[in-house]
Design a protein around this ligand. Structure first.
Ligand code: SF4
Length: 504
């Protein structure tokens, strides 16, 4: 296939992407009632937090590195349009074919187009959260192409017909017993064992055959270097290297924000990524892909493609504050430290990216209507922002999304066009209640009158309507009979009375 061949996305096809109805409150409730799930997550998160802490013994050094990483990501994002152009031209010069996809569906159509050109029937996948984002497996399966996950965690969730529950460790919600049962049920000729090494060896044996039989290898990308046209892939299992080198065609898919300007930008980010993600000073593999197999080379794919996906990222990019969301290097540390995520796990969010990063990125991908529960599913404790290696101010971004949800949508407001679904959480009754609240509290006399009434008649309020949701499980606060001012006046009167008495 020549470099000039184009894939025409079939945009007229009916959307295959299942719309995930986000009913966070119910899902979180179910997760909280699952004792095994909570135990699995607590244990895993505690382990990850301890490993990360051990990697950063010097807090001043960590802060300096975070500032440096933040500066790199912000510089690269500020130049994003130019860097993407530079990247495209250098990738093409290296023999890598570049495709642009505005939506998830277009990305799937492009990848399917590549597969069709090669009459592919099977695809082996290295770990790629973007391929989860575009629901690629589902799309390809509907068209007769089998996709097999080769990352061990992804392989486990694929066998279990589930979704990843963590962006770095997709099967972290399962313990060894659950995996042992799964392998026994799903893998022919495998007998039950809880020995982790044996389970991994079984998975490896199954996958090894698939690497050699696959027509296409698919991977994600951690960093794309504009100055050299290089794709960097960080991994531990060697499956990334196998998926990108053994099949005759390699397709990489990633978001447009992953570009960095210089090769020298990679080491500082890599240093923080591996330590923040898994508490490792370095990963087992670091792949740099600079083109297809050369004429005299013995291995490597004959063709390499890169699919660059937007899917809402340019919406985040257009807003100076929300742009910080795109600084993310997908380490998962914010999830590990989040008191909400660590109690309910990833599936309750019903988004590809769960936890704090999911709460700020998903609204751009799915719209605020679909994700309206997420910005408030946070205690705003700030742990996510404190551990983020690129200093994304996640709590402030959550507060901004809350404002966007409640914003009164007016057609004259150009900003509402930018944030898809703005105003989705707007509730006319709630807005009226707050208006009355503000009217009362803006006048000293009205406030005094209300306080007097609340202290006398507050306990007569019935537990009905939306108030009951809150009040049936809580005791109502009992307002004091006298305000603080009245008490202070009374006290100073008593004090002056006493001093007058003692003067006599
Ligand atoms: S938001 Fe920060 S902590 Fe969370 S995944 Fe992204 S880089 Fe890591």
């Amino acid at each position: 296939m020549s470099n000039s061949q184009k894939y025409t996305p079939n945009t007229s096809a009916t959307s295959h992407i299942p719309v995930r109805q986000n009913d966070f409150n119910h899902q979180a409730h179910d997760a909280l009632n699952d004792g095994q799930l909570r135990t699995n997550f607590r244990r895993a998160m505690d382990g990850l937090i301890a490993k990360r802490t051990a990697q950063f013994p010097d807090s001043d050094d960590l802060e300096a590195r975070r500032l440096h990483a933040e500066a790199i990501r912000q510089r690269c994002l500020n130049k994003l349009p130019q860097l993407l152009e530079q990247l495209e031209s250098n990738l093409k010069a290296n023999g890598i074919k570049v495709h642009w996809a505005e939506t998830a569906e277009q990305a799937c159509e492009i990848i399917y187009g590549i597969s069709e050109c090669h009459q592919a029937k099977s695809m082996i996948k290295g770990k790629s959260m973007v391929s989860e984002e575009i629901e690629l497996n589902h799309f390809m399966a509907e068209r007769g192409i089998d996709c097999l996950e080769s990352d061990m965690g992804e392989y486990i969730v694929q066998l279990a017909e589930e979704k990843p529950s963590h962006i770095i460790m997709p099967a972290i919600h399962k313990n060894a017993v659950e995996v042992a049962k799964l392998f026994e049920d799903k893998i022919p000729d495998h007998s039950y064992t809880e020995d982790i090494d044996e389970l991994i060896q079984t998975g490896r044996r199954e996958l090894r055959k698939a690497f050699f039989n696959a027509d296409i290898g698919l991977s994600g990308v951690n960093f794309m270097v504009a100055e050299t046209g290089t794709l960097c892939l960080v991994e531990n299992e060697g499956n990334g290297r196998m998926s990108t080198h053994v099949p005759p065609v390699h397709v990489a898919v990633t978001g447009i924000e992953k570009v960095v300007e210089f090769l020298s930008d990679v080491p500082p980010l890599y240093h923080l990524l591996t330590r923040s993600a898994t508490g490792q000073p370095i990963t087992t593999y670091f792949n740099m892909i600079s083109g297809p197999r050369g004429e005299n080379e013995k291995d490597g794919p004959k063709e390499v493609h890169l699919v660059l996906l937007d899917n809402g990222r340019s919406q985040a990019y257009a807003d100076a504050q929300m742009r910080k969301t795109l600084q993310c290097i997908r380490c998962g540390a914010c999830m590990n430290h989040c008191p909400v995520y660590s109690r309910i796990g990833g599936h309750a969010y019903k988004t590809v990216y769960p936890g704090p990063i999911g709460k700020i990125i998903s609204p751009h991908m799915m719209g605020l209507e679909q994700t309206k529960d997420l910005p408030s599913a946070s205690t705003l404790c700030g742990a996510c922002g404190d551990v983020c290696p690129v200093k994304i101010p996640i709590p402030s971004l959550l507060q901004r999304l809350r404002i966007e949800l409640k914003r009164v949508v007016s057609s004259n407001d150009p900003q509402q066009v930018n944030m898809k679904g703005a105003g989705a959480g707007y509730n006319a009754i709630e807005a009226r209640v707050w208006k009355i609240f503000s009217w009362i509290y803006s006048s000293r006399y009205r406030y005094k009158m209300l306080s007097w009434m609340a202290s006398r008649f507050g306990k007569l309020l019935p537990n009905i309507g939306p108030v009951a949701v809150w009040s049936k499980v809580r005791s109502k606060p009992v307002p004091a009979n006298k305000t603080l001012h009245q008490l202070m006046e009374q006290r100073s009167r008593q004090a002056s009375g006493q001093s007058n008495g003692s003067d006599k």
